[in-house]
Design a protein around this ligand. Structure first.
Ligand code: ADP
Ligand code: MG
Length: 685
């Protein structure tokens, strides 16, 4: 039993390298992914509305003859066209136009127009409609189904994507693609029928239900997606149940000494979480635990206790971070904590080359007990003597491939290392169960004493000068500040350019202060130097891209400006804001936005102003993220759904378990492959 007739998108007509790379940004690499790409909304082009019957504030299609054309001079030139049919007239208004449009709307021409109807000075009108000029003969037939409008991304036109999806749906309906149906006739409507309804609904279909996802066709597809995840997780859990791990015994005397060096007492939440982890480490089953704690909640100390248990047991532990900046910071913090205990961590990152690398590798294969670094720690050629514990910080930046590679580095063959995954991305309670099925969860739900919530304001970019004044005053008081320049596109080049020019602008505006600059295109050594200068107070202002999003800890920095805040998702804003408010100083965050604000952006900024609680923010994030919104998926991270939405589909989870129990291995294979086969970011456990 398999799906047949499916090709990679690169084999489809019209997909060159450029389109392929844009599709990939949307998670589309296979024809299946096109089928699972759900429309944002639909347009009804199946009917022509008589002009005498159009209503304001609707989106309709009309067809008629041009009876008048005029270029009027108001504040600027405008093209006005009057269109008539048997029932009445309508005005088309163009605020910008080309000579070709003058020809297109020549008096006497027959046209078909689609657009928003408004009530204007001369009756009903449409601004800039989409137009098709009709020839002399019979007009082209109207489509029989509604037109789907898909989520796209920059550099990929709606028409291009719609045509690709339409081609695949056509092949599915014509039988050239055959989807196996392991769920059998009880799952209704059948998968291909559901996909047809989703992409080509008839005029009678319940569009609201299709768009919000309560339609049976969407629910059918969503349950299959949830089923795929459920099956994959069950398999991982089974495999895991057969694994063994080394027991690690914490050493209380060492723990006491560590606290003496660290210089603060753990919070109640840290103490509880540490106890949960120690209990896991003492077992012979590999720990698979997620440590969730809001930004600034003190996860590093918890990690240090875990690492210490491995070292005290004579085995090895590694902590890996997704960026060099973060890894470096861990290295500095943990070295300072561990060295007085006689534990000298090994540092390994991509930039460690030559002799330093050889020495690091020797120590990993030899007597070292703690390793700190980036994913370079689990690349080819790195061998551990006896790796018994892996701590992964800020998990949402890691792909599953890296995680699997890391797990494979475990102590000789049969033994599997304990794993502790730390994340600051709070998982809404609705999601926690499924997202991390198979992981035990510990939560640090308390911040260290003395923290004051960061005050947050949203200010229009138009008041930039006032903001720079405010910044000047703060810096003059001896505070340090971040100025973050994020871009919507994930182009490091553009982002770096934006940060560079902002740094120049701010240096010129604030000549009395020293301005640092950090972005993803700098060499690791440069980044390190910039971070050290900022940390040591030698620069007062740090202009940065989102490279500082996670983990960066400079307690004296108490002011953060975030540009283009309207473009960022809630969790990303929360992460960025978490860089301040780590010291005793009252911290502030300024969200700079470009008006006008869309409804969702406005709500997001409101949420940021109202709360600093990561859980509330995560719940709101889930609410506000529309089905088609691509923004923010990277941050939500853990598990990406194409069609399913746990906030909406929670009731599907129980039935999904029943379905899973009915499937045989071959059937399960089909479902897993169909939904997760092409995904780079498999189930991230
Ligand atoms: P995160 O959970 O974001 O990784 P960190 O581990 O970086 O947080 O801790 C944030 C800051 O709080 C650090 O400067 C750390 O030293 C400090 N900190 C952590 N735990 C405590 C505590 N129990 N009491 C006081 N300060 C603490
Ligand atoms: Mg951290």
């Amino acid at each position: 039993m398999t799906d047949r007739g499916l090709r990679p998108v690169t084999e489809l007509d019209g997909v060159g390298p450029q389109v392929a790379s844009r599709l990939k940004a949307l998670g589309i690499t296979r024809e299946l992914d096109l089928l699972f790409h759900r429309p944002l909304r639909y347009e009804d082009r199946t009917r022509i509305v008589p002009m005498g019957r159009v209503r304001p504030e609707t989106r309709v299609q009309v067809q008629g003859r041009v009876v008048h054309q005029e270029v009027v001079q108001r504040r600027r030139r405008m093209l006005m066209v009057t269109l008539a049919d048997d029932s009445g007239e309508i005005t088309l208004r163009f605020f910008r136009f080309y000579p070709s449009q003058l020809r297109m709307y020549k008096e006497g021409n027959r046209v078909r127009c689609f657009g928003d109807v408004r009530f204007g000075p001369q009756g009903f009108e449409m601004a800039h409609p989409q137009t098709q000029v009709l020839g002399k003969g019979a007009p082209p037939p109207l489509p029989e189904h509604l037109t789907a409008i898909y989520p796209v991304t920059q550099g990929l036109a709606q028409a291009t994507l719609a045509k690709l999806v339409d081609g695949v749906v056509g092949r599915l309906l014509a039988g050239a693609i055959r989807l196996a149906d392991p769920l059998g006739p009880e799952a209704s409507p059948p998968l291909d029928e559901s996909l047809r309804i989703i992409h080509r609904p008839g005029p009678g279909e319940d569009l609201d239900a299709l768009v919000d996802g309560h339609h049976p066709a969407v629910q059918r597809v969503a349950s299959e997606e949830l089923l795929a995840h459920h099956l994959a997780l069950t398999r991982l859990n089974l495999a895991r149940a057969r694994q063994e791990a080394c027991e690690l015994r914490p050493d209380e005397a060492l723990q006491e000494r560590l606290l003496g060096i660290v210089g603060f007492q753990p919070t109640g939440a840290q103490t509880r979480v540490i106890a949960e982890i120690m209990a896991d480490l003492e077992r012979r089953r590999p720990m698979r635990r997620l440590l969730q704690g809001d930004v600034g909640s003190g996860k590093t100390l918890v990690a240090a206790f875990a690492l210490l248990a491995a070292a005290a047991s004579g085995r090895q532990a590694a902590i890996v971070a997704p960026t060099e900046i973060l890894a470096e910071q861990h290295f500095n913090t943990l070295s300072a904590w561990f060295e007085p205990l006689g534990i000298e961590p090994v540092w390994l990152a991509g930039k460690v080359k030559g002799r330093a690398r050889r020495e690091a590798l020797e120590r990993l294969a030899g007597d070292a007990s703690v390793a700190i670094g980036t994913h370079a720690l689990f690349q080819e050629g790195v061998a551990f003597r006896d790796l018994a514990l892996i701590v992964v910080d800020e998990q949402h930046r890691f792909g599953v491939h890296q995680r699997l590679a890391l797990a494979a580095k475990g102590s000789a063959g049969t033994r599997s290392p304990h794993q502790l995954v730390m994340t600051a991305t709070p998982i809404p309670r609705t999601l926690a169960m499924t997202t991390y099925a198979g992981l035990d969860v510990s939560v640090i739900d308390e911040l260290p004493p003395g923290r004051k919530p960061v005050t947050t304001v949203a200010i229009s970019q138009g008041r930039r000068e006032a903001i720079i004044d405010r910044l000047r005053r703060a810096l003059a008081e001896g505070r340090q500040a971040y100025w973050v320049c994020p871009l919507i596109e994930e182009s490091e080049v553009l982002e770096a350019q934006a940060a560079e020019s902002t740094a120049e602008e701010l240096s010129a505006a604030l000549p009395e202060f020293r301005v640092g600059l950090i972005h993803g295109r700098m060499k690791p050594a440069e980044k390190q130097a910039v971070m050290e200068a900022f940390n040591g107070g030698r620069t007062e202002l740090l202009v940065a891209t989102t490279v500082i999003e996670v983990g960066v800890d400079v307690p004296n920095a108490s002011l953060m400006m975030i540009e283009n805040a309207e473009r960022l998702g809630l969790s990303q804003l929360h992460q960025l804001r978490g860089r301040v408010g780590r010291g005793s100083e009252q911290a502030a965050c300024v969200l700079l936005y470009k008006p006008p604000l869309g409804e969702t952006a406005q709500k997001r900024l409101e949420v940021m102003r109202e709360t600093t609680d990561g859980f509330i923010i995560a719940e709101k994030d889930l609410e506000l993220r529309g089905p088609g919104e691509v923004l923010g998926t990277r941050q939500t991270g853990m598990m990406r759904f194409r069609v399913a939405d746990l906030a909406r589909d929670a009731e599907l989870l129980e039935p999904v378990k029943t379905l899973a129990a009915r499937l045989d291995v071959a059937g399960a294979d089909v479902i897993i492959e169909r939904w997760l086969g092409g995904a780079e970011q498999f189930v991230d456990v």
